[in-house]
Structures are given as C-alpha cells and as structure tokens.
Design a protein around this ligand. Sequence first.
Ligand code: AGP
Length: 613
Amino acid sequence: MCGIVGYIGTRDATPIILNGLKRLEYRGYDSAGVAVINGNQIEVRRDAGKLSQLIDLVSKDPVKGAPGIGHTRWATHGAPSARNAHPHVGNSGKVVIVHNGIVENFLELKEELTSEGVIFNSETDTETIVHLAEYLKASGNSLEEVARKTFNRIEGANVVVMMTTEEPDKIVTARIGNAGGVVIGLGENENFIASDIPAILEHTRKVIFLESRQMAIITRDSVQVKTLDGQEIKPEIHTIAWDAVSAEKGEYRHFMQKEIHEQVRALTDTLAGRVDFQEGRIRLPELKLTPELAKRIQRIYITACGTAAYAGMVGKYLIEKIARVPVEVVIASEFRYSDPILDENTVVLAISQSGETADTLAAMEEGRRKGAVIWSIVNAIGSQAMRIADGFISMQTGPEVGVASTKAFTAPLVDQYMLAILLADLRGVLDDKTRKSLVSDLRLVPDLAGRVMDTEADVEKVAHVLKDIKNCLYLGRGINMPIAYEGALKLKEISYIHAEGYPAGEMKHGPIALIDEEMPVLCIAPKDPWHEKMISQIQQAKARGGIVIAIATEGDELVKNMADHALWVPEAPWMLSPIITVLPLQLLAYHIAAIRGLDVDQPRNLAKSVTVE
Ligand code: AGP
C-alpha cells in the first residue's frame, strides 16, 4: 500500500516529509519521491528503491520550501522506476500530485488526453490524473474545483493529494473508496496530511480522518472539509493517545520482535475496560449488541484475509462452543464474489488489523448490500472497517508496524472470546457459574504469554537447527488447527521457506507421503481435547523418519520422549490455548528469518495493508 505525507506551513517541507515517509516504510514500497513548491517552480526528487536512496538524492540536490508532498509507491501499473515514481507533474509544470489506489478507467482517460495532444511520460495510471487536473486548471478552475471535477471523472478507489504553483498557499486532497486512509494533522500555523497516523505523530496528535467521497482544502492555518459535491462538513477532531515512541523499535532488533514481546501488554490492553472480573461480565459497548439482536442472530460469517482469517478460524470454535451460534469462516477474497446467502439475522464479522484491506472491505459491503448486520474487529483507529460497521471491537494493541502480523493476531482471539461470552450471556445460554469461570480464565492470559516470552532462547536454538530447511509442515487439530496455518504463514512470509499448515487428521489421506528426514514437522500438541490425537500424529511422523518439533505443554513426558525438539508452553484453558501456542511459532519464524539475514519487518513483495485487489 502506498504511503503519502504532505506539509504546509512555515518550515521546510522536505525533512518533515522524508521523516514521515520513514514512519510509513512498513507498508512496503518500491520507489519514493518528494515535491515542493518553491516560488513558482515545482521541484521534484524521486527514485526507484528504498527511501535511503531518495534521502541520498535530496542530500546531493537539496530542495527547499513549502508546501510539499511525498510518496512511497507500491507498483501496480508500471515497474518500479524513477519515471513511474510519484510525485507526478503535469507537462506545464503547474500541477503536481501523489496518488494511492487504481484509476480503473485510466486507459479511456489516457486515450482521451492523448487525442488532445497530451504527452505521457510514464506507464502509470496516476499520470492520467495529473494531466486531467492540469487541463482543468488551465481552463480556469480553482484547485478545489480541479480536485472535485477530477474525482468526478476517475473511477475506482483512489486518494489524491494535489498542489499547484498558481495557489501555493494550499494543498487539496480527496478520497473515494478504500484506497488507504487520509489523516489530516492539525498543527500550530502548519498542517499535515498522511496516509497513516505514525507519519505525523511527532508533530501533532490532533487529527481529522477524511471519509470516502470527501475532500479537504488545507492551508497553513485552516482545514476545510467538504463532500465531493461541495457541501461543507464540520469534521470530528480526534486526539491520538499513542506516543511517538510506541511506534519505535525500542531495544529490539526489529519491529516484529518488539511486537511479539509487546503481546503481553497488548493482551492486557485488549481486555482493558471490557471485563468485570467481579461480576464475571463482558462489556463491548462499541459492538452495539442488544439483547434483541443477540437473540435473533442465526448465523455468523467471519471474513478476513491472511492472518486475520486464521484468527477467525479460531473464533469459529469459540463462538460455536460458548454461544452455540453457527459460524462460517470465508476468506474475504472469496466471500465478496460468492453471492452469499445473508439476511437481517446474519452477522458478517470482518477482522482486519489495518481496517483498509480492499478484499475485506468489499466483503463487508457485500454483507451490507444483502442486509446483514456488519461487525468488525479492527486495530487501526478511524479506519474504514471500523467506520462502516454497525458495531466494532477495537483490538487496542497500538500500532503494528511489522508487516507480519503478531499482536494483531492474538488480540482478536481474545476479542472473539469476549464476544462469544457476551453473545451467549445475552442469548441466555450461559449459566452464571460457567460465565464467571470463562471470564475469570481471561485473567491468566497476559501472564501465560509472558512465560512463553521467557523461552525465547530455547526457540532461537531450534531456529538454528531449522535455518536451512527448504520445506516444513505444520500440523494441528481442533482449536489449534488454525495455529498450524498461522505458524506456517509466519515462516513463509518472513523467511521465504515453503511451509504448509495442515489439519493433522488429514495427513493419512495423502500428505503423509511427504514425510522423511528432509521434511520437518511442527506438531502443535498442547494439553487440549485433541492432545491424544496429536500424540499419535507425532508417532506416525516419527515412524516415517520425520523430524518432529512439538509445541507442547510443560511437563508432557509423552512428547518429551518422542519429539526431536520441544518448545514448551504453560498449561492454559483449552479455549485460550491458541493465544499461547502461536507465540513460539511467531518467535521461531522471527529467529529463522533473522538468522537468514532477511528484511524481517518489510519482507519482499509484501505490504502491511493490501488496499488493492
Ligand atoms: C499477516 O502476517 C499478513 N501480512 C497478511 O496476511 C495480513 O494478515 C492480511 O493482509 C490482512 O491484513 P489486515 O488484517 O490488515 O486486513
């Protein structure tokens, strides 16, 4: 997902923009650039590659002045290159833009503009926007009108930030759909624009979130928000509680390592204000779950992508077991095109760390279109998935910077556990004693997680054993079966080793043919209702010469005598065990990737939030 930073005020824009783009590096990108209005000139510096190359370019050929806009690009149309990098300037040199999203009708626009004699200099869809904007500017439109009319021509989900030498006292931005967020930061005699909060947090905590089909006209001392058809809006001003440090690495080598360890606090935070341990009650006010709604819900579809979908697979076990409501988990990229059978008694529950994932948002919209109740569990405050839902649960873990999701996997496990208890309580299917016991178990989670963090050195040893493997199988059963998928994904996405998560019970139906001394098998075998089955799974793998690494409960002599290696976790109530069994797998993937010297926080080809299909 592209990163955008803009500045207007009395200071030089470039250093502010470059620092802001650094805070957005986690989103994944392949080129970067900055543009500043200097007198009646637009000065642009841009290049393919990492931000460090742009910083180097700017240090050799400085650019002064304000306002300015900057961009980190994740290539969609046109390979990563200097000429395809943003910002893009029109041929008259009067208008400059940065863009996030996809102009779905760009070929039609390109043909129209080319027939008017416009020369194109890149392979991007973005260029159609700047030439259209320049054409409108040349026809006497104000920058505000240019933005409005441009957005009436381009199709698809897009965010555009534009400036012109003819109105150097303002920056205009507009947004349609879910092509990533637009955050406007309010300063003293200066204002900021960014695609995400960390980029401007060191300057201000007062922000406005631009909604879809809205635009903002920003000067150094004013921010006007309007709908795309010109109606003025009084925007809500939010104050961000995070501090700039929380978006920093601290004493850890990578954001991912910090965020794995942060889960002890994040699991506490996601409980904060929601659990009455005295009464054994759960409070989730933003979910807006009334007794009437609780009683009429007949089915819940959980929809998400990647790691979030695996969190939903655990949620299915929790909600069905505790609330006795049927749950189906459907990955969002399938759900959105599956013509699902929904009605007002169905809930579509979306899980999304970024709250901006295009497939997940589209799945929510499909649910809305068919009359379902829309819920979401989201981490990014103010994101689309939080704002378009009828009710939501905020993960409350603070910013997750590493592309590989860790705390934003375990937090929704707790959130779904709490949702299940509340739903069961309101449906009257939970006796007092059981409810109080389930709620009381939540108290154990942060401490159990902390005890797993103490085993990091043991995990690192196993990482050294596995660092050169080419393939790996992850096996789990029951509520820990999704942990096999999640553990495998963690290894794949940061160490680039092929790893496959599989339901352990399925091995005898084919995949067991893969097992030999070249195919290590990670067996997730805690003391849960499926423990016995997993013990026999370990025996089957050993009998075929497989190397078995077990995630097992401390003191399990059976596993100790059978497995080649064991990563021990403390005993946990079985419904909360996935929160604990996933932790050594996160640490294992992290250390293997770190030993292999890979870019753990920004793995190749990946982005923190995939805002395109
Ligand atoms: C997580 O490790 C992955 N990077 C990816 O699968 C991610 O979970 C997925 O893209 C969904 O993102 P979201 O939670 O922001 O919607």
